[in-house]
Design a protein around this ligand. Structure first.
Ligand code: FUL
Length: 545
């Protein structure tokens, strides 16, 4: 993405006051250096064919590919609302309401691991402004609660537990902040001026000589308002003291703050700081790397494109050129319809957020979704080329409810039974174009290349008649998203018969057959594509429910 101003980043030699993790000292020479193929400008002179060619030319960044492969990610909404019963807090809560009686983040991690989740995002700060680690920049934190005698740190415990169980760490830091609004920092009309981050506070343990940060600490100079600086300082603490972070999630809601109190967020500076301190982190939703799917039901569109038209907003924020919830975000028609409002076409893949319970925070009277409902959500998100972001809220003990834990385990088991061993793995593959065997080798980074746009047939011989009721297709998204229409056929005594069709494929497309079909030879025919299709996976499964 293009940032308005380049940050100044300095690593200042050996470290003394705070131990800085090695990943943070390896600062990139240029933030966002790999982002150039993920975004292309659009103008009124572009013909419909040029728009399609531009969309087909987009490539995801390395961090977007890594994010896409997470498939199942989790949210943990936890904070003062857990104890007040609210969904949106007020910002003037007594921090002492935060009293988990038996915080057990290892239990969160075990349940998520057993549910097949690969990354978890904690609400480090929701709209109420209460912070789950002892930030130096606000008193509205866990340190002001008598919980753990003010020495508790949920973020530390969460991050340690997740990593110990092989789960990546993500953070939700709400741009809206009721508490800072009440303290006159949020939307106070302050000027956007060049600020030095970190801002050292009285008695700061990060201070070196002469009022400067200690040698070895990264120092950034970025333009920001007072509140923008508060956010930068908080992001700095999170991204330098808690180990690698792989997703930073910025919500778009204003909470209960009156809408006329507008804080013009310093998105460009926040993004620059994240790129500098956590270059691997995907910036989601109000961010350039990952787009909100447009609903909170966990469902992607039947035909989901990761290449979509966007508007460039003040401060460097990316916004939808069409409405966020339009049923068609990326077809040829959509690209043309959006053109008058489009600044760029962008690789901006969809994330499907949904809660396992009706609320985002824990409410004792609510019940979790069943394993079957969760599996349907999996098919409607991961099965349509998106990533699932499932919220599982900890309760007032600081544990996941046993009913939710059971549902997560049963969900993972059900997905295993829906998609057990891939029957196509190392089948004899024939095809026009190049390297048909690479579509059945189990490697997402290798692919069959169809001979031409909207053409190509890939045939698998399984060696014996085999019953199939689930089909999984995947494009090699390192080469972009191309397939618009394809058909899967099976050979019977009377010849080749259509079994099912698909529209878009993208990173992953799961097709469910209403009943098993038995055949020895199966084939995929590309009917429409924006360039020669690159198929990384043509998988065949027989569910064992
Ligand atoms: C929304 C927020 O307002 C909700 O409280 C929740 O955090 C959800 C994931 O995003 O916009």
């Amino acid at each position: 993405m293009t940032l308005g101003r380049r940050p100044f980043v300095a690593g200042l030699g050996a470290l003394t006051a705070v131990s800085l993790p090695s990943y943070a000292s390896a600062l990139p020479a240029r933030a966002g250096a790999d982002d150039t193929a993920a975004r292309v400008p659009v103008g009124p002179e572009d013909t419909p064919d040029q728009l399609v060619a531009k969309a087909a030319g987009l490539r995801p960044t390395e961090r977007q590919i890594a994010w896409q492969r997470l498939e199942r990610t989790a949210f943990l909404h936890f904070g003062v609302n857990t104890f007040t019963g609210l969904e949106w807090g007020t910002g003037d809560e007594d921090p002492d309401v935060f009293q988990p009686t038996g915080l057990d983040t290892d239990q969160w991690a075990r349940a998520l691991r057993d549910g097949g989740f690969t990354l978890a995002i904690l609400t480090v700060k929701h709209h109420d402004g209460f912070v789950l680690f002892p930030s130096r920049h606000t008193g509205h934190t866990v340190a002001s609660s008598t919980w753990e005698a003010g020495r508790g740190d949920v973020l530390r415990s969460f991050a340690d537990s997740m990593r110990a169980h092989g789960i990546k760490v993500g953070v939700y830091i709400s741009p809206a902040d009721e508490n800072q609004y009440l303290h006159g920092v949020y939307a106070n009309g302050s000027a956007r001026t060049l600020r030095t981050i970190p801002t050292l506070v009285d008695g700061d343990d990060r201070a070196g000589r002469g009022g400067l940060p200690a040698p070895g600490l990264p120092v950034l100079r970025l333009p920001a308002t007072d509140y923008g600086t508060f956010m930068l300082d908080q992001l700095y603490e999170v991204l330098t003291e808690y180990g690698p972070v792989d997703e930073v999630w910025f919500d778009g809601a204003q909470g209960r703050i009156p809408p006329e109190h507008v804080e013009a967020y310093d998105w460009d500076s926040w993004y620059a700081l994240i790129r500098a301190l956590a270059p691997q982190a995907a910036i989601a939703v109000s961010g350039p790397d990952v787009r909100w799917v447009g609903n909170e039901d966990g469902s992607a569109r039947e035909n989901e494109w990761s290449t979509v038209p966007v508007k460039a907003m003040p401060g460097g924020r990316t916004d939808f050129a069409l409405s966020y919830d339009t049923p068609d975000q990326g077809s040829r028609d959509a690209l043309v319809r959006a053109q008058p409002d489009t600044d760029f076409l962008q690789w901006w893949p969809a994330e499907c957020d949904v809660s396992i319970r009706p609320g985002w925070f824990f409410h004792p009277e609510e019940r979790p979704k069943t394993a079957q409902q969760l599996t349907d959500l999996y098919f409607r998100s991961v099965g349509r080329g998106a990533v699932l972001l499932l919220n599982v809220p900890p309760d007032r003990h600081g544990r996941l409810d046993p009913a939710d834990v059971a549902a997560l385990g049963a969900f993972a088991e059900r997905v295993r039974r829906e998609l057990p061993a891939d029957l196509a793995r190392r089948a004899r593959a024939r095809g026009d174009g190049r390297d048909p065997a690479l579509a059945v080798d189990g490697d997402p980074d290798t692919s069959w290349t169809a001979p031409a746009p909207s053409a190509g047939t890939l045939t698998l011989d399984l060696g014996a008649p085999t019953a199939v009721d689930r089909i999984r297709l995947a494009e090699d998204i390192r080469h972009g998203q191309r397939i618009e229409r394809a058909v899967v056929e099976a050979e019977s005594a009377s010849g080749w018969t259509e079994i099912t069709r698909t529209g878009t494929v993208g990173a992953s497309r799961i097709l469910l057959l209403p009943a098993p079909v038995t055949a020895r030879r199966w084939r995929l025919r590309i009917l429409g594509s924006r360039g020669p299709a690159r198929v990384a996976e043509f998988g065949l499964y027989r569910s064992t429910l």
